[in-house]
Design a protein around this ligand. Structure first.
Ligand SMILES: Nc1ncnc2c1ncn2[C@@H]1O[C@H](COP(=O)(O)OP(=O)(O)OP(=O)(O)O)[C@@H](O)[C@H]1O
Ligand SMILES: [Mg+2]
Length: 303
């Protein structure tokens, strides 16, 4: 939508409708990376039916649980004249306790055939903020690697459930740490502080890369990765592409720092496409060399 101005009537010059939500975006990116993945969650109504049809068209395997309420439709308005994007997110459906219990049963069934489980996105209305924490505990008990990307209270409670990996962006990490970050040392210290709250590993994405406090050998190592900024066509979903890249590498058993590197390249490459979770694997390979990884010496007072 060129020259988008609040208060005016607009016409789109181009438009597309694709299934979204962080979990679906991560699944799309994993599928494009050639990894076996099943998208699950809660959907409903005619919009829910369209979501499933569109996922099937994209060959993204899915096993959603159907609820009574209608799934929401969110709108992202991209103004090509300024590059500014504006989001309008509908209030989502409400989920009853009974519906959630049935979904949980499905998730645990699927988990029996999986080795990693990514919990991503906000919680629908009607669910308690402890929901992710509970799911992490039950899926973790089955021996899966649990990865979390959400925000607010559900994230605070989720980290205490000791997931394997939590991957907040900077803002979400500041909320977890309870203060704003200034400088490299401060950010490095913050990921360690967050790890003390429960998760085994903490990855904080920042606009120019990430900080990763990851298991290495018998202990932990802290890395800072940077990438020269690309001119973004659409920045939406770069965090989801990052996470998919990280998870794909980890699933393949790569070294921690290489998993982070691949994640950063995927996040960066995804900014070149309109549509969340879309990445071009060849372009990702070409970006890998521009990602600089350096160990961060841990501040003495925290180790
Ligand atoms: N313009 C850009 N150029 C290069 N890399 C980028 C750019 N924008 C984002 N990235 C990369 O993408 C990754 C994720 O970025 P960010 O922290 O902004 O995610 P996010 O806020 O969770 O995004 P979203 O929630 O929309 O998916 C980071 O590793 C970052 O380096
Ligand atoms: Mg994010």
């Amino acid at each position: 939508m060129p020259s988008f101005t609040p208060g005016r009537r607009h016409r789109t010059v181009d438009q597309q409708t694709i299934p979204g939500g962080k979990g679906v975006n991560v699944a799309r990116a994993l599928k494009l990376l050639g990894q076996p993945v099943i998208a699950t969650g809660i959907i409903g109504g005619a919009t829910g039916t369209r979501i499933i049809e569109a996922l099937n068209d994209e060959s993204i395997l899915n096993a959603f649980f159907r609820i009574r309420d209608e799934s929401r439709t969110n709108m992202a308005l991209l103004d090509p004249t300024t590059g500014v994007h504006t989001e309008v997110n509908e209030r989502g459906p409400s989920v009853s306790e009974h519906e959630f219990a049935l979904f949980q049963e499905r998730l645990l069934y699927l988990a029996r055939g999986a080795s990693m489980c990514v919990f991503a996105g906000s919680l629908p209305r009607g669910l308690e903020p402890e929901t992710y924490a509970e799911l992490i505990r039950s899926v973790g008990k089955l021996g899966l690697t649990t990865v979390v990307d959400t925000d607010g209270e559900p994230l605070k409670l989720a980290v205490r459930a000791e997931p394997d990996v939590v991957s907040p962006n900077e803002l979400e990490a500041e909320e977890l740490a309870g203060h704003e970050f200034v400088g490299v040392d401060d950010r490095a210290r913050a990921v360690i502080e967050i790890a003390r709250q429960g998760p085994s590993e903490v990855i904080m994405t920042v606009p120019d890369g990430c900080y990763g406090y990851v298991r290495e050998g018998a202990g932990h190592a802290l890395y800072r990765l940077t990438i020269p900024p690309l001119e973004a066509r659409s920045p939406i979903g770069s965090g989801d592409a990052f996470l998919a890249g990280y998870v794909a590498s980890r699933y393949e058993g790569k070294e921690p720092v290489e998993c982070l590197r691949f994640g950063v390249a995927c996040g960066a490459e995804s900014t070149q496409h309109v549509g969340a979770g879309i990445i071009d694997t060849n372009a990702v390979e070409r970006l890998l060399d521009s990602v600089v990884a350096e160990p961060v010496t841990l501040p003495v007072e925290v180790e």
